[in-house]
Design a protein around this ligand. Structure first.
Ligand SMILES: *Cc1c(COP(=O)(O)O)cnc(C)c1O
Length: 457
């Protein structure tokens, strides 16, 4: 197949779709550190997590050994409505850049929620339904997770209560209406509905909110409402597990044409799309079967891997969740209101944090205006209007392709195009009007939050 012309889009057949999710942790020698009980600092047991999370998801969360989890048929049938997603050869972008590099992107924006988040939302809704719950609560930053979850809950006839970071609630009223169309209730966070919301508002009047704060509110509502549990759209091991479908499909598509990537790039907010995209490739790397350069891209305004500390921290502002060991900016860190809402989380998946700490992947950060320049360049070349989050990966993929132009190397670059940006037109407008700022936190601002990390020995 090596000489065959690679099509613009490599699709898999339905029958070639993954039948099991791949648990990367099973192949890690250094396992991600366990979640700790915030009071006792002992590893969280399944029964302690049960009031907050769904039973089956807790099992997936705590399992560092099972390599493959079969995807239940109900979930596979839902996946078939929008998967397999295409792996696109970016011929037009390559030509516009004049690069000898071969660029591929895995496009996850091909569903109404507009992002990869649906891959885990449908799994989490399925397990909630199977447990006989009435509904679920959650937070949403930019709104993609809330949208995906409301679609998934509508499919399984579950109630869905979404706490939406206030800055996004105000910037993206249409996103909110999509969620309501699918039957979810949407509350701007911090709100006066919860104890933790009232406390945060008293301490930071006028705050535009943060994911960490919205998580605390959603957890409080779940644990105080009968028949409800809390679900999270990123960061957790279970979410990376579900998102492995992205990487498994990518690998299967590349394998069809005997293509081996040199560099794999993804944007990193909580780490779920990147963790999913790289899973089978990192697995090969861990088992010594192949080597790849793997690059996480984060916003310079919320640089958890590149400027954070690897330490146990609270997952939320209200400090109600378990402690996770991760690269973190501190749970009190509230990033400047940048336009990649989905990348504003203070921490990072504990799995990716461990892999990064072990030197198995790289991380870099990019400022906002440069990201939008790349987004616009990409849109004009490839047609797709990318989400600001995804555009972080575009920016670095383009930079790598430009380097290849300088050195004449024909590297193969694969990046994750996690979603579309139709609900981000306020951000694009700011960019076009030259009103976008590139605020980067100072060392003092970052250090101030490190001082408040929990003391765990
Ligand atoms: C949420 C989101 C991200 C970032 O989340 P991860 O968990 O880091 O993947 C990236 N892109 C889009 C389009 C998103 O919606």
């Amino acid at each position: 197949m090596a000489n065959e012309k690679i099509p613009y889009k490599i699709y898999l057949e339905e029958s070639e779709m993954p039948k099991a999710w791949y648990n990367l942790r099973a192949d890690m020698k250094n396992k991600p550190a366990p979640l700790l009980n915030p009071a006792t600092h002992q590893p969280m047991k399944a029964e302690e997590l049960a009031p907050v999370f769904c039973e089956e998801l807790i099992k997936q969360e705590l399992d560092n050994d099972t390599k493959f989890f079969p995807i239940p048929e109900e979930i596979r049938n839902f996946y078939k409505m929008y998967r397999p997603s295409p792996l696109v050869r970016a011929y037009c972008l390559e030509e516009k850049l004049g690069t000898p590099a071969k660029i591929y992107y895995k496009f996850e924006g091909n569903n109404t929620s507009g992002s990869h988040k649906l891959n885990s939302a449908i799994a989490q809704a399925y397990y909630a339904k199977k447990q006989g719950l009435k509904g679920v609560t959650t937070e949403t930053g930019a709104g993609q997770w809330g949208t995906a979850l409301s679609m998934a809950c509508a499919y399984f006839d579950l109630d869905c209560k979404v706490y939406m970071v206030k800055v996004s609630y105000e910037q993206k009223p249409f996103r909110r209406e999509v969620m309501r169309t699918y039957g979810a209730s949407v509350t701007p966070s911090p709100s006066m509905d919860t104890q933790v919301g009232r406390k945060i508002l008293a301490e930071h009047p006028g705050t535009t909110g943060s994911l960490g704060c919205a998580i605390s509110e959603a957890v409080e509502v779940a644990t105080s409402s009968e028949g409800y549990r809390y679900v999270l759209g990123s960061v957790l091991n279970q979410v990376l597990l579900h998102q492995s479908v992205i990487g498994l499909e990518t690998k299967a598509a590349l394998d069809k044409y005997g293509i081996k990537p040199d560099i794999i790039i993804g944007c990193a907010g909580g780490g779920s799309n990147l963790g999913g995209l790289i899973a089978p490739f990192m697995g090969e790397k861990l088992r010594g079967e192949a080597d790849y350069r793997i690059v996480a891209v984060e916003p310079a305004s919320c640089p958890s891997l590149t400027r954070g500390k690897y330490a146990y921290d609270f997952c939320d502002t209200g400090m109600v969740c378990p402690l996770a060991k991760m690269y973190t900016l501190g749970s009190g860190f509230i990033p400047a209101p940048n336009h990649a809402g989905g990348l504003r989380y203070h921490g990072m998946s504990s799995t990716l944090s461990q892999l990064y700490d072990d030197g198995l992947m790289e991380a870099t950060s990019v400022p906002q205006t440069a990201v939008f320049e790349a987004a616009e360049y990409f849109a004009r070349a490839e047609g797709i209007l990318p989400a600001p989050e995804s555009s972080h990966a575009i920016k670095v993929a383009m930079d790598e392709a430009i380097k290849c132009k300088e050195t004449g190397e024909e590297k193969t670059i694969v990046f994750g195009l996690t979603g579309t940006g139709y609900f981000d037109m306020v951000a694009y407008e700011k960019f076009h009007d030259g009103k976008m700022d590139d605020y980067i936190p100072t060392d003092e601002e970052i250090a101030a939050n490190f001082a408040k990390l929990p003391k765990v020995d």
